[in-house]
Design a binder for this molecule. Structure first.
Ligand code: SUG
Length: 416
């Protein structure tokens, strides 16, 4: 019984605003602010509960061990002695954005009938380049069943940022689909993080059928406008592609390729004269979870509350819903703490099409487990972190203990 499971990254106790991501406007504009790790994690947990209530299966990943002393050691330094920029990179809680954990190709798409996962190397941003080891350890545990094939990262220098630059069109999640890899070409002020050679390598490793695999170039305008991942300007679910007019490099050719590969596609495009690229990026309209509601309820969009506060965006959405578009319901969720670092609802989750019985149950969510996680967060997560706090050895010890308490609460101390 294959179904789509959303695995959310639990927001870690080191969540802070260090302004580490060039080209991510939210991250840059909140640099130096006081963060609220406890509120951040509770917001993420509330989103998980919300989606469970909709009847959608949910899993989660644990925050990584941060600050990453081993990484600093490899750089010949320590938490105490590190230069501030390296220290901040070691403290990053960015593994919360599970859409960047891996690229996932469901079993029906692969030549060997397995669900393939390639952990993302995240080499473009130093603070994210040391995530893959901890993420891979979790993927190997969660997806140890032979129904899955878990791959190590694509080698550097071919940047790979995982599912955030990957979309899938299909008649149903359990039927063969068309996989769309979106890559960027560098050279502008802001980096292109997804390299075409990385996307092609993943498609080969996942044994995808070349006739059902597309490589589309992201528009430079989108990247330079702040869409550092494709999932900031487009999202797909089943036969629907929801996209901004400025998402692709050659819009007409991209749409034609998509239609040729998957004629049943319904492309819901938001024109720039209705919602400008800047409004789309600021509100994170497209960084939404486009989900199939159970029992033939059509599709729903789990989107950030910021979308409701942006008049052009909300007007467009309301007209779409009342006009009988494929998106029938809007579910604004408050993930403001994550949003301030450029991570919306879709960034916080990794979609895996699988039989839940084949997934290690320690990574699957239910109400009782979420209650336990919430209790740990309320007790152990710092209320606030200011940039200067990253030099505190006491805080480093506290956040390590906080994570350990979480791992114990869900039976994952094996990751310690
Ligand atoms: O890689 N922000 C993340 C946001 C990732 C969003 N993910 C998706 N679009 N799928 C990034 O830019 C900011 C961290 C800081 O500045 O402290 C950060 O890493």
């Amino acid at each position: 019984m294959l179904t789509e499971i959303n695995f959310d990254g639990i927001i870690g106790p080191t969540h802070n605003y260090a302004g580490l991501s060039r080209g991510n406007i939210a991250s840059a504009s909140h640099a130096g602010n006081l963060s609220q790790p406890r509120a951040a994690a509770l917001q993420g947990l509330e989103k998980i509960r919300h989606n469970l209530t909709l009847g959608l299966p949910q899993g989660f990943f644990m925050p990584l061990d941060r600050p990453d002393a081993a990484w600093l050691e490899a750089l010949g330094t320590t938490l105490d002695a590190a230069e501030p920029h390296l220290r901040a990179q070691a403290w990053s809680a960015s593994s919360m954005w599970a859409a960047n954990a891996a690229t996932v190709s469901p079993a029906p798409d692969s030549g060997d009938g397995k669900c393939h996962l390639t952990v993302a190397n995240l080499v473009t941003m130093p603070h994210r380049s040391h995530e893959w080891q901890g993420t891979l350890a979790q993927l190997r545990l969660a997806f140890a069943d032979p129904a899955f094939a878990v791959h190590g990262p694509v080698p550097a220098p071919f940047g790979d940022e995982g599912a955030a630059n990957h979309m899938r069109l299909c008649a149903g999640h359990d039927t063969p689909g068309v996989e769309i890899f979106v890559y960027g070409v560098g050279g502008g002020r802001f980096p292109a993080r997804q390299h075409l050679d990385a996307s092609k390598a993943i498609a080969r490793r996942h044994r995808l059928d070349p006739r059902r695999t597309l490589f589309l170039r992201q528009s430079d305008v989108a990247i330079q406008g702040g869409a550092f991942h494709n999932d900031v300007v487009a999202v797909a679910n089943e036969h629907v592609l929801f996209t901004h007019e400025a998402a692709f490099h050659d819009r007409a050719a991209a749409h034609a390729e998509i239609r040729a590969a998957f004629p049943e596609v319904e492309i819901v495009e938001v024109p720039a004269d209705a919602v400008s690229l800047a409004e789309a990026i600021k509100s994170y309209l497209f960084n939404a979870q486009l989900v199939s509601l159970p029992d033939g309820g059509g599709m729903g969009l789990v989107l950030p509350t910021e979308a409701r506060e942006t008049p052009a965006v909300w007007n467009w959405l309301e007209a779409h819903v009342t006009g009988n578009g494929p998106i029938r319901k809007l579910f604004p969720v408050d993930v403001r703490q994550s949003m301030a670092n450029g991570g919306g609802p879709a960034c916080l989750r990794l979609r895996v099409v699988a039989d839940p019985a084949r997934v290690d149950p320690r990574f699957l969510a239910d109400d009782a487990k979420l209650d336990r996680i919430t209790a740990v967060v309320e007790k152990h997560w710092p209320e606030a972190i200011a940039p200067g706090d990253l030099a505190s050895a006491a805080l480093a010890a506290d956040v390590r203990r906080a994570r350990e308490a979480l791992l114990e609460a869900v039976g994952l101390s094996i990751l310690l």
